[in-house]
Design a protein around this ligand. Structure first.
Ligand SMILES: *[C@@H]1O[C@H](CO)[C@@H](O)[C@H](O)[C@H]1NC(C)=O
Ligand SMILES: *[C@@H]1O[C@H](CO)[C@@H](O)[C@H](O)[C@H]1NC(C)=O
Ligand SMILES: *[C@@H]1O[C@H](CO)[C@@H](O)[C@H](O)[C@H]1NC(C)=O
Ligand SMILES: *[C@@H]1O[C@H](CO)[C@@H](O)[C@H](O)[C@H]1NC(C)=O
Ligand SMILES: *[C@@H]1O[C@H](CO)[C@@H](O)[C@H](O)[C@H]1NC(C)=O
Ligand SMILES: *[C@@H]1O[C@H](CO)[C@@H](O)[C@H](O)[C@H]1NC(C)=O
Length: 567
């Protein structure tokens, strides 16, 4: 008898410890990106801030709403939801809210903030509480240069009773992704900068896309935004100097009107300068906001913080451009599915969200030795955003027609199935490929991107008061197209119409209807991929009409406006 009790206890202790909880993100990569080094475990009473993505309701209905309000042939086209109505539709059930609340209270966690739609909770607590709350987690500090973040190198679990109420917990695994603009041409062209090439400037862009000097915003109710992450700051003085140098021929703003979030006082980032300077060059005279999300606390995920802001502000610009992306295979399905729902929420409200397609062409994923595949990027691969690829001039020194920029990100999602709006366009492409890559390299049933494109090569940018040439990447093409859409919204608002909202259903329909003069079709060139003997560095190639390199092509403003502005 006497021996029994301790053994029983041991049994309970052993197995309780082994089975407690479920992994919410078992497929999330825990690998530490290059450049970050671990600087030790957090002290028990150091704070961490975690973001709980609470299970929403009525996702099917939300999907239906987005499809209807974004389809120009639906009677509900443009009948977007307010943030309040969206909240009533999707907010978590009472059971979810109370279960999560009780759980947090049990651990003495009180310092929490929610958002208008109630589907996120952000709470600050001591590390040792967080480690008990989420069995398995271990909070460590990682540093890279002057940056530091807190993350867990091992997966977390939640108690089984909670698993049905939480999609994922943010602040444990994903490292901040650096969005870096390229200056690939810098080395090659440095010596040639005295030649006739002047690089891409606002007037060149406006000329190419047929924006006349009077094609500027005029609606007081219109606005546009770009989002920055990490230590990416823009300086108003850079913008003013940029416009002084390059913006003489059209009326424009010299100031960003609203800064949401925190801007540090550091040096300007090239990326931040680029975004702001070019969205304000095509979307000229339109009020511009910058969302700056370096992550207030080391344990926050800046990208997630931006999404929380969107769900917590009832009045927002209609167009948002974002140059941010991560490999799909490094992210958990639970995370991507939920972020995709966040984009559906934006679409239901009439917001247009544009993502850069990435700067690695089709990408390359070394799955195993001798086993490569293309590597899709998320959120570019989300079916509820509009993804922007890149082009260059056929003759880089002259204003000619556009061809593929070989860096232009594009391909097929391994996570999101192909949405209805693009099925026939993509099928046409797949059936007419001249030199198709091996089928094992991509998933022909996935969401295909990009949707559209713009120039992405050799931009002039002013950063830290210095004009810098040869700046390249799809983070240049994205704000350019964003500004064009904001101009179209401007005309719509002036006519008393609703803004474009989620563009893709309308875009694919109008192109299928033969309005191809609205976009310049890009038909030449291929983008990068794996350097191996099966594909030899080549991904997909551009072709007439839609292709996974340049989408439908680049904007011809007068005709795009006509197509998207009913008489
Ligand atoms: C959302 O906005 C409310 C009201 O402004 C604020 O109290 C709350 O802290 C915000 N939520 C988050 C997560 O920041
Ligand atoms: C727009 O630009 C293209 C080439 O830059 C040109 O061929 C075309 O005539 C222009 N105008 C219209 C209305 O499309
Ligand atoms: C610029 O936009 C404002 C509205 O925000 C409008 O009142 C003004 O007329 C526009 N400027 C020009 C030159 O059209
Ligand atoms: C701007 O928005 C306000 C409020 O929604 C509305 O009353 C006003 O008519 C709008 N003005 C224009 C020019 O669209
Ligand atoms: C291909 O994509 C579909 C979604 O469209 C997904 O269900 C499937 O698992 C993917 N296949 C591979 C091998 O990744
Ligand atoms: C496409 O064409 C059909 C038939 O002509 C028309 O009813 C529809 O409105 C068009 N859609 C768009 C988006 O232009």
């Amino acid at each position: 008898m006497e021996g029994l009790r301790p053994r029983l206890l041991l049994l309970v202790a052993c197995c309780a410890a082994a089975v407690i909880g479920l992994y919410l993100e078992p497929d999330q990569s825990f690998s530490v990106p290059d450049g970050w080094t671990r600087a030790g475990r957090l002290a028990p009473f150091d704070d961490v801030t975690l973001t709980f993505a609470l299970k929403q309701q009525n996702i099917d209905k939300l999907k239906q709403v987005v499809d209807e309000v974004s389809d120009p042939e639906s009677s509900l086209y443009g009948l977007h939801l307010s943030l309040e109505d969206l909240g009533s539709l999707i907010q978590p059930s009472r059971l979810t809210l109370s279960t999560v609340k009780k759980w947090l209270q049990t651990y003495g966690i009180e310092d929490c903030q929610t958002v208008e739609t109630l589907d996120f909770l952000q709470c600050t607590m001591p590390a040792r509480t967080a480690e008990k709350l989420l069995p398995g987690s271990e909070f460590n500090r990682y540093v890279k240069g002057s940056q530091s973040v807190v993350r867990s190198p091992v997966p977390y679990r939640v108690y089984e009773e909670l698993a049905g109420h939480i999609d994922f917990v943010g602040g444990l695994h994903r490292f901040p992704v650096e969005t870096k603009v390229l200056s690939k041409a810098w080395k090659d062209h440095k010596q040639r900068s005295v030649e006739l090439h002047l690089g891409v400037t606002p007037s060149l862009i406006r000329q190419r896309y047929n924006l006349s000097d009077t094609d500027i915003g005029g609606s007081p109710n219109n606005s546009q935004a770009c989002a920055q992450f990490l230590e990416q700051y823009f300086h108003q003085a850079d913008l003013a100097e940029f416009m002084q140098l390059f913006g003489r021929s059209f009326d424009h703003h010299n100031q960003v009107d609203k800064l949401v979030g925190h801007q540090g006082g550091g040096r300007a980032g090239l990326e931040a300068s680029l975004d702001v300077e070019y969205i304000m060059s095509t979307g000229a005279n339109i009020s511009t906001w910058v969302f700056s999300n370096p992550g207030r606390h080391e344990s926050q995920e800046p990208f997630l913080d931006w999404l929380l802001l969107l769900s917590n502000m009832s009045s927002l610009p209609w167009v948002h451009t974002v140059s941010y992306g991560d490999d799909e295979d490094s992210l958990s399905i639970a995370y991507m599915e939920r972020i995709n729902v966040e984009f559906m929420k934006a679409g239901a409200r009439g917001l247009s969200i544009l993502f850069a397609s990435g700067d690695s062409g089709a990408g390359c994923w070394h799955k195993a030795k001798g086993d490569n595949a293309f590597r899709p990027s998320f959120p570019a691969s989300s079916p509820y955003v509009t993804t922007v690829g890149g082009t260059s001039f056929k003759n880089p020194f002259l204003l000619t027609y556009e061809v593929t920029d070989y860096i232009s990100g594009g391909g097929f999602s391994n996570v999101f199935p192909m949405p209805d709006y693009q099925v026939s366009a993509v099928k046409n492409y797949l059936n007419s490929m001249v030199k198709p890559p091996p089928k094992s390299y991509y998933n022909a049933s996935g969401r295909a991107y990009p949707d559209i494109a713009a120039l992405s090569d050799n931009y002039w940018v002013v950063s830290n008061r210095i004009p810098i040439p040869w700046v390249s990447g799809t983070s240049a093409s994205t704000p350019v197209f964003g500004g064009v859409l904001a101009l179209i919204n401007d005309h719509r608002l002036q006519k008393g119409l609703r803004p474009l909202g989620f563009l893709n259903p309308a875009l694919y329909k109008l192109q299928a209807n033969g309005s191809s003069s609205a976009l310049f079709d890009v038909t030449e060139g291929c983008h990068l991929s794996c350097i191996d003997d099966k594909v030899e560095g080549q991904g997909f190639c551009a072709s007439p009409s839609w292709d996974p390199v340049s989408g439908w092509g680049t904007p011809n403003f007068p005709d795009l406006l006509k197509a998207l502005l009913p008489k």
